[in-house]
Design a protein around this ligand. Structure first.
Ligand code: SF4
Length: 363
């Protein structure tokens, strides 16, 4: 899962037209002219720069928090009459949460806009060359199906490969990232680069329910192996851990073990956060798909967007110890590595039931 990204005002300012540039099954692609694709920490509230080559994401994860940015762009375009009548009718036909998955905005000028802002000698270039991080894929997946056709992410990577001393992280659920191992290798020769594959479960059927159009868990693990074999620094984001659904201790242990076997260098993990827009979509999803959990979710998220400190600390300690057991570096949410011994939670199979009880009670 990607960390919350606020809607970049540069897009607001640069909205012109949204011409339809392609269709694929039930997905429509619109061209979006973005004045800038590099969104600063001051704009997004995150401690790094972010790039999202697309707005909207066809993978359609039930827990996705990024839907509101897409809604904002489409409503702005419609109210400014930048959409043709037929397109407006089409857009209005489906609810905003679904439009996020079906109306994908393609930032066709992204590479050119990035090259302009990163020109050698610019202030921005100097700051980034001194180690300020860039994360690609904070609010939409940069290797969603659109990328196979439009290659916007690849264009962005080509621009980044021309610069040295950058610190770049790519977050994706898609094995399509392996298409770009050549350019990733070029970037890694001159800059720091890590690819984070997101994976919350090994259970294919469960993944299909929660992340309906995302690539299968096995294909993501194969991508981890291919990237590692190509010399890319690759890790796995087990985010978000869904309480009562993907937090079974034995399942988490199996996941960490498979991730280690696949060759991941590091693993990050944190539990589900439910901010306003995500809550509106996710809680009805739970009521429909996991009705036995509905009441507990309502209670657990009644007073905030995070679970209790007790749950979060227990989860982190448990996964930290699993990582140590299987030889993967644990990365705390936000990027720090951790070797904490702070918990008494054991990873031994005989203790799994107790861990399950602790996590379940916390929910
Ligand atoms: S892949 Fe990421 S951006 Fe796309 S729907 Fe899933 S959580 Fe949202």
């Amino acid at each position: 899962m990607h960390e919350p990204a606020l809607f970049p005002p540069t897009i607001q300012q640069s909205l012109r037209q949204l011409p339809v540039i392609g269709e694929q099954r039930d997905i429509t692609y619109y061209a979006l002219h973005a004045r800038s694709v590099l969104n600063g920490p001051g704009t997004t509230g995150m401690g790094f720069w972010s790039i999202n080559p697309y707005t909207g994401c066809a993978f359609g994860c039930a827990y996705c928090y990024a839907r509101y940015a897409h809604r904002y762009v489409m409503e702005r375009a419609a109210s400014a009459q930048h959409l043709a009548d037929a397109t407006q009718q089409d857009v209005a036909r489906i609810p905003p949460w679904l439009a996020f998955e079906r109306h994908i905005l393609v930032k066709r000028n992204a590479a050119a806009a990035l090259a302009r802002v990163l020109r050698h000698g610019s202030e921005r270039h100097a700051a980034l060359a001194q180690g300020e991080g860039i994360v690609i894929g904070t609010a939409t997946d940069p290797y969603q199906p659109a990328e196979r056709r439009f290659r916007i992410t690849r264009g962005i990577l080509e621009v980044l490969a021309e610069h040295a001393g950058l610190s770049i992280v790519i977050i994706t659920k898609s094995p399509l990232v392996t298409r770009d191992v050549d350019v990733l290798a070029r970037i890694a020769r001159r800059s720091s680069l890590a690819v984070h594959l997101s994976l919350i479960t090994l259970d294919r059927a469960l993944a299909r329910r929660v992340e309906p159009r995302a690539p299968t868990p096995e294909s993501r693990l194969r991508a981890v192996t291919r990237l590692r074999q190509a010399g890319v620094n690759v890790g796995v984001n087990c985010m978000p851990v869904l309480p009562g659904i993907t937090d079974d201790p034995r399942a988490l242990e199996a996941l960490v073990q498979r991730v280690a076997d696949a060759g991941a260098v590091h693993l990050g993990c944190c539990s589900l956060r439910l901010q306003h827009e995500a809550r509106k979509r996710y809680l009805p999803f739970i009521a429909r798909e996991f009705p036995h959990l509905a009441e507990r979710y309502e209670r657990a998220y009644a007073n905030g967007h995070s679970l209790s400190q007790h749950y979060r600390a227990g989860l982190e300690a448990y996964v930290t110890r699993l990582c140590r057991k299987y030889g993967v570096q644990f990365r705390r949410y936000g990027g720090e590595s951790s070797d904490s011994e702070s918990s008494s939670i054991s990873t031994e199979p005989s203790a799994s039931a107790r861990v399950a009880e602790q996590l379940a009670l916390a929910l």
